[in-house]
Each structure stands twice: as structure tokens, then as C-alpha cells.
Design a protein around this ligand. Structure first.
Ligand code: NAD
Ligand code: ZN
Length: 363
């Protein structure tokens, strides 16, 4: 049975529906929420080949016709060039303000389509149908949309909440193993930030869940989305506690930048490594018991998550990493703000971390 989670954001509230075989029933969930029958699906080539037909058939059953727009898979599609092409293609379909865009795919499609929806005719409705674990637990929730610039990732964007998120866990069956684990790192993050009980649940159930058990996936995805939604309800536009969601991310972004945002290191893999470094740094600062770090490391071994940057590259340029930390938007007045932790489920925002300490600790 699908589960529904309501994200409470006043007039912008919406449902997240998670379960198996939802694509085949998508029409039932989508039709009542549309302002008009004008629907445009945006997907990437890989996902479209696998699942577009299921979605268009489900919509046709409710007499909703649609012309899909298919983009190339991969991060390069989140470029200004690809975005401008997409906008012209969308406008060719003569949408009006009551049209709805549906993003069918991973975070790349979700970010791109969401941003397109936020500026098309000054804003139209959009629905997220995430098909990667990462997008089901993270990028489809929260309303951040955007594309990349040559100056950095996600620098052009907007806040635009979807009107519905439909996460079909059955679609994960075709996801490559690496993408599973990358998404799992973000799921694990919620337990480690503020929900020790969830971490304990994952210790017990991650094996069966990552093998594709729909019931366990539904439970864990809903719990992850609830954790993210609770933080966002408190801080929709990242003034305060939303920064906690960046646990492990200052490190992750630096490693990603150093590897050129390439297939060498997926975002979730970088996050997995960043989380361990945040724990190690917290232990080094005397904030966090070492036993908690050890417990997490054994879970990493069991699930085969990467734990060390040295498993990606034998040597990293410390100056370059420091440079990335400094440029990270969470840096204030020459001192670092890191998300650190007092133990499993006890992350907090730590300001005024001395640069020299970090440099010495990294060396
Ligand atoms: N908006 C946010 O809050 C937020 C949060 C986290 C990440 N992001 C963004 O999300 C993006 C990463 O998302 P992602 O990890 O989903 O990557 P992605 O969208 O590139 O998908 C990964 C790969 O898997 C393929 N794929 C997708 N679903 C599949 C399926 N069911 N079966 C087989 N293959 C499938 C895709 O075609 C792609 O090649 C990044 O651009 C990142 O910046 C945004
Ligand atoms: Zn992330």
C-alpha cells in the first residue's frame, strides 16, 4: 500500500506519495490535482525508455494526453544551453498558466524541470516523479530547483514547490548499484543528523532494503522525506536549521569539485565520505564519542559505502581542498562553518572553526 506524507507549507503544502507500482496508477493521483488537461512530461532518454510509456498510458486512462520532452541524461543537461533549448521546446507546445509540468527521472530532470516550471510564463505547477533513490529521498522534496553555471553547481535557480511528489519504488529496480548506494548515503544522513532510531533501523534493514524490498523502501523513504520536510517546514529558504541538511556536504563539494563533477565520484559517494570526515573531525575536536564513529564505519563496511577519500584518490591537494572550503557558501569572515556532531543523531551547526586547525587536521 502506498503511504502519503503531507508537507505543510501553508498555501504551498503538498503530498508525497510513496509505494510500489505507482507509475501504473499515476493518473488517479495526478488527474484531481491538475488545473487543466495541459500536461508536459520532461524525462531523460534512459528513464523515458524504461518508464515513459507506463506514465503516458496511465494518464491516457484519465483522458490526459501529453507530449513528452526528452533530454539527454547526465549532469550536463543542467546547463544554461540545455535549459534555453528546453524552454523554447516547452513554449512550442503553447502552454498557458494552467499547464502542469511532470518531471520523470532523477535529480537532474527534477532540478531542470522544476526550474523550468518556476519561470515558464512566470510560474506553472509541477509534479515530481523521482526515479532514483537520491531523488526520492532528497532532491524531489523541498522545492529547490536549478541549473549549473560554469562558475559552479546549482548557482542559477529558484525555490518552487511541487504540487505533488509521486515516488514509485518499483522504478528503482533498474537503477545501477552505484546509484543505489549514492542515494543511500543521503538517506543515512537523516538518521545521523537527528534520528538515531532511524539509524538503528537502517543498521538492521539496509541489506534487504537495498536488495529492493518495496515495503522497507517505502517505510525508509517516507521517514527520510519526513525528516527533510520537518526541517524545511521550519526553515523553507535556508536561513538556519536547513543548513543541517548539508551534513558532510562541505567536504563532499570539495572532493566533487576536485574530481570535476565526473563519474569518478558521484555526489552521494562524496556525501558518504564527507559524513565520515564530519564525524572524524567531531571526534578530533572532542565533541563526539569515538564509539559512534566506529559503529558507523562498521555499517559502511556492511553496506559497502565508501568511507575514505583515499579510496577515490591516493593523494589530495590540501591547498585546493582548503580553497574549496573557503569558497563554500557556508563560510563566514574567514572562519569555517561546519555541520558537526555530538554523536549519532546529534548534528549541529558549528561556527568559527579555525582554518589552521582544519589544515593541520587534514595534513
Ligand atoms: N534540488 C535539490 O534539493 C537537490 C538535492 C540533492 C541533489 N540535487 C541534484 O540532483 C542531481 C543528482 O540526481 P540523481 O542522483 O538522481 O542523478 P541523475 O538524475 O543524473 O540520475 C542518475 C542516472 O540514473 C539514470 N536513472 C534515473 N532513474 C533511473 C532508473 N529508475 N533506472 C535506471 N536508470 C535511472 C539517469 O538517467 C542518470 O543517468 C544533481 O544534479 C544534484 O545537484 C538536487
Ligand atoms: Zn546531497
Amino acid at each position: 500500500m502506498p503511504e502519503t506524507l503531507r508537507v505543510e507549507l501553508g498555501a504551498r503544502s503538498y503530498d508525497i506519495i510513496v509505494g510500489g507500482q505507482l507509475l501504473a496508477h499515476a493518473g488517479e493521483y495526478i488527474a484531481p490535482r491538475l488545473k487543466s488537461r495541459h500536461v508536459i512530461i520532461i524525462s531523460d532518454e534512459t528513464v523515458a525508455k524504461l518508464y515513459l510509456h507506463r506514465l503516458t498510458s496511465a494518464l491516457e486512462e484519465k483522458n490526459i494526453g501529453c507530449r513528452p520532452v526528452i533530454v539527454a541524461p547526465g549532469e550536463r543537461t543542467k546547463s544554461l544551453e540545455a535549459f534555453s533549448g528546453l524552454m523554447e521546446t516547452l513554449l512550442e507546445q503553447k502552454p498557458d498558466r494552467e499547464a502542469t509540468l511532470i518531471a520523470l527521472g532523477g535529480g537532474v530532470v527534477g532540478d531542470l524541470a522544476g526550474f523550468a516550471a518556476s519561470v515558464l510564463l512566470r510560474g506553472v505547477d509541477f509534479i515530481q516523479m523521482p526515479t532514483t533513490l537520491l531523488s526520492q529521498v532528497d532532491s524531489s522534496v523541498g522545492g529547490k530547483t536549478g541549473i549549473n553555471s560554469r562558475f559552479g553547481k546549482n548557482l542559477i535557480g529558484s525555490f518552487h514547490q511541487p504540487i505533488l511528489v509521486l515516488s514509485d519504488v518499483s522504478a528503482l529496480a533498474t537503477l545501477p548499484k552505484r546509484e543505489w548506494l549514492a542515494g543511500y548515503a543521503e538517506m543515512l544522513k537523516y538518521g545521523l543528523i537527528s534520528d538515531a532510531g532511524f539509524f538503528a533501523w537502517l543498521e538492521k534493514n539496509a541489506g534487504a532494503m537495498l536488495a529492493g524490498d518495496a515495503k522497507l523502501l517505502t517505510y525508509a523513504i517516507v521517514r527520510s522525506c519526513a525528516a527533510k520536510a520537518a526541517i524545511i517546514a521550519e526553515d523553507e529558504r535556508e536561513g538556519g536549521v536547513r543548513a543541517l541538511l548539508n551534513f558532510g556536504h562541505t567536504f563532499a563539494h570539495a572532493f566533487e569539485a576536485e574530481t570535476g563533477y565526473s563519474d569518478t565520484l558521484l555526489h552521494g559517494e562524496a556525501v558518504a565520505i564527507g559524513i565520515i570526515l564530519a564525524f572524524r573531525l567531531s571526534v578530533a575536536l572532542g565533541l563526539c564519542p569515538e564509539a559512534d564513529l566506529k559503529r558507523i564505519l562498521s555499517h559502511y563496511e556492511a553496506t559497502r559505502l565508501p568511507a575514505s577519500p583515499l579510496s577515490i584518490r591516493p593523494k589530495w591537494n590540501i591547498d585546493a581542498l582548503m580553497e574549496h572550503f573557503t569558497r563554500d557558501k557556508k563560510t563566514k569572515d574567514g572562519k569555517f562553518t561546519f555541520i558537526l556532531t555530538r554523536g549519532i543523531g546529534k548534528a549541529f551547526i558549528a561556527e568559527n572553526i579555525e582554518k589552521d586547525f582544519i589544515r593541520a587536521w587534514l595534513s
